[in-house]
Design a protein around this ligand. Structure first.
Ligand SMILES: Cc1cc2nc3c(=O)[nH]c(=O)nc-3n(C[C@H](O)[C@H](O)[C@H](O)COP(=O)(O)OP(=O)(O)OC[C@H]3O[C@@H](n4cnc5c(N)ncnc54)[C@H](O)[C@@H]3O)c2cc1C
Length: 390
């Protein structure tokens, strides 16, 4: 098979890019390691920046998001049992975020690819990238006992943190920056009405908690747990009871609990790989960078990569101008690092660090009280939370 762009990974980054390129007449194929059901079974992000929502509309995939997604003009931070409101609308020139689950968004992208007859290969085993430094790269994968070869102009590695694309860049070219946090988030999804119409981030002596949602009938709650904990260590009752203890009393009093329909622990990690391109290979999304979920930047940063890559590829195919592709890594990384900084800052502000000295605890408290005593500090928070411009 020959295509113009071979995309590795059928997550949000890969699907969105292939849909946008297809609409511009650029031929793509998406190779996904797992089945569609497996990809759609993952419960992940839920907060979309305006830039991401606009990209979904441009990809003709925004209809259900606009109908069912919820616009949030603010969120709360609970500290010392008191709820503080962060008015995103007021402090970010009228901006807001959309709450719409990654699972639903991925489903919309799959349906859009199907409608246009997009080429999508599921269960593509042993994907391997070849001749990336040449003008004629190719990709191979195994389909049962048969090896399939795809010749292309460009390869896009959108295959997440554990994918094969980043590992195809020679070790002496790639530089990796990483910070692993000494705790994880235990997440529970339940078919219950959310405790609050807006998200509540909780800083508490027992550890961080987050009250989030996917819709008005589907709640997503998280608590900070030690990395050694396993989901099976936590019965539903134990989870709800710990969550209540961390919430302000007025919030705990109105919490509606129910059986968990999904329970998992996500470790928290910050990671960036540089450069984000090598020869004819371009990395996008989690393949190149990971953030702790505290600032809801992961999926949104993947979207800005897709935006830059999409425009650079369209320029290359329309006018032969390859300067956007040459500048892609530098441009994407400039925004990636800002999202890293914000996610790190939110994580440091809100979590309990087991090995912190008292001096650092006092600084953390001071940072929090400063935040709610300064409009400038609130503006900085709001501007980053709604997403910096692409
Ligand atoms: C448990 C968890 C919770 C999260 N929660 C949040 C959150 O609350 N807010 C937020 O903003 N972000 C969150 N994120 C991050 C967000 O989900 C990611 O940033 C987003 O999924 C990135 O999309 P992607 O398409 O780049 O990568 P992925 O979604 O990882 O997609 C990559 C795809 O590539 C496929 N693949 C992997 N290896 C290969 C291979 N060798 N060959 C072919 N295909 C391959 C994978 O199966 C996958 O479908 C969370 C992530 C995790 C893991």
């Amino acid at each position: 098979m020959r295509v113009q762009v071979c995309i590795i990974g059928g997550g949000p980054s890969g699907l969105l890019l292939s849909q946008l390129l297809h609409l511009q007449g650029i031929d793509t194929v998406v190779l996904e390691k797992y089945s569609r059901d497996h990809v759609l079974g993952r419960i992940r992000a839920g907060v979309l920046e305006r830039g991401f929502a606009e990209l979904m509309r441009e990809a003709q995939c925004g209809e259900r998001m606009d109908r069912e997604g919820e616009i949030h003009n603010g969120f709360h931070i609970a500290h010392d049992g008191v709820l503080h409101h962060v008015d995103l609308h007021k402090y970010s020139h009228g901006n807001s975020v959309t709450v719409y689950g990654q699972t639903e968004l991925t489903r919309d992208l799959y349906e859009a690819r199907d409608r246009l007859g997009g080429k999508l290969v599921h269960n593509a085993a042993d994907v391997s990238l070849h001749d990336l430094a040449s003008d004629a790269p190719h990709v191979t994968y195994r389909d049962g006992g048969r090896e399939v070869r795809i010749d292309c102009d460009y390869v896009v590695g959108a295959d997440g943190f554990h994918g094969v694309s980043r590992k195809s860049i020679p070790k002496d070219v790639l530089r990796e920056y990483e910070k692993v946090y000494p705790f994880g988030w235990l997440g529970v999804l339940s078919r219950t009405k959310p405790v609050s119409p807006e998200l509540i981030y909780v800083k508490h002596d027992r550890g961080f908690a987050l009250c989030s949602m996917r819709s008005q009938v589907l709640s997503r709650y998280y608590i900070q747990v030690p990395l050694t904990d396993k989901p099976d260590d936590w019965s539903d009752e134990a989870f709800w009871s710990e969550l209540r203890r961390r919430m302000p009393l007025e919030v705990a009093a109105r919490l509606i609990t129910g059986p968990s329909i999904e329970k998992s622990i996500a470790p928290l990690r910050s990671f960036v790989a540089e450069p984000m391109s090598y020869g004819r290979l371009f990395l996008a999304g989690d393949a190149a960078h990971i953030v702790p979920p505290t600032g809801a930047r992961g999926l949104n940063t993947a979207a800005s990569d897709v935006y830059y890559l999409y425009h650079a590829m369209v320029a290359r195919y329309r006018t032969g101008d390859g300067s956007g592709l040459n500048a892609y890594s530098q441009k994407a990384l400039a925004r990636v690092w800002k999202a890293q900084r914000f996610s790190w800052w939110m994580t440091m502000l809100l979590h309990r660090f087991p090995d912190r000295i008292e001096y650092e605890d006092r600084l953390q408290q001071t940072e929090m009280s400063y935040l709610f005593s300064s409009e400038t500090a609130l503006r900085l928070l709001a501007e980053n939370y709604v997403g910096l411009p692409f």
